[in-house]
Design a protein around this ligand. Structure first.
Ligand code: SF4
Length: 232
């Protein structure tokens, strides 16, 4: 699949929003937007692919998995309107990357400074499980973002799938990465590339079970801040 021919994030976002490469995911997002859940039944769901969000001059790129069916698929902004977003934006605020800890809707005045958020697939998948072909179909958008976000010094991969997608892109670009393995807290310093920092994803599956604790999560962002500021 070719890279999108874009020279700005704005253009890229326009292309992403109208993408229809994955019929299964497009159908699922539309269906979720039609049926909704009781607590959001009066809201109109975004129900389209969700573009990246943040500062074009970002030095920290956060890479998640996919929009939540009733989170970003509802609100139209990355990690906005669900529990994962509460964890993420709370931590970004604490680390000085966000002007507020809450993220509830696209017009809630949230701004990021020095950080940008993306996902390895832009449409909510059933059971949060994108197929390999869907990951491959969406990968060129991440490649395009990586090319456009020229100031990134740290990539924070949230979960193994985000980690694998990023590694796959860099390998395809010809970088010799050795044999990196995903592990919470691991970091990789490869010549010519941003530092890759790994964390468990702040999904309820991890935060409700203690796999990812508030202290572990806070440490990730303390480390990300130090790396971004060149204090490592
Ligand atoms: S997941 Fe990505 S490639 Fe697939 S339809 Fe959505 S935006 Fe397009």
């Amino acid at each position: 699949m070719n890279l999108p021919r874009t020279n700005s994030l704005k253009q890229l976002h326009s292309e992403i929003i109208t993408c229809a490469r994955c019929p299964r995911l497009r159908a699922y997002c539309a269906e979720v937007g039609q049926t909704r859940v009781r607590r959001y039944r009066d809201q109109e769901y975004w129900a389209r692919p969700v573009p990246g969000f943040g500062d074009p001059e970002a030095r920290l790129l956060i890479l998640g998995l996919a929009p939540g069916a009733h989170g970003a698929n509802r609100t139209g902004r990355m990690f906005t309107g669900d529990d994962s977003g509460r964890w993420l934006y709370g931590a970004l605020y604490e680390a000085g990357f966000a002007n507020q800890p809450e993220s509830v809707s696209r017009d809630d005045s949230l701004r990021l400074t020095g950080a940008y958020i993306s996902n390895v697939v832009r449409c909510a998948p059933p059971d949060n499980k994108p197929a390999a072909a869907e990951l491959a179909a969406c990968r060129p958008y991440l490649e395009a973002e990586l090319a456009l976000l020229t100031r990134v010094r740290v990539v924070l991969a949230l979960g193994r799938i985000a980690f694998d997608s990023y590694v796959r892109i860099r390998r395809a670009q010809g970088y010799d990465l050795g044999r990196p393995a995903f592990k919470h807290g691991a970091e990789y310093h490869w010549p010519g590339l941003p530092v890759l920092l790994c964390s468990y994803h702040p999904s309820r599956q991890n935060t409700n079970t203690g796999v990812l604790t508030p202290a572990m999560w806070r440490d990730v962002f303390v480390r990300a801040r130090a790396l971004v500021d060149g204090l490592d």
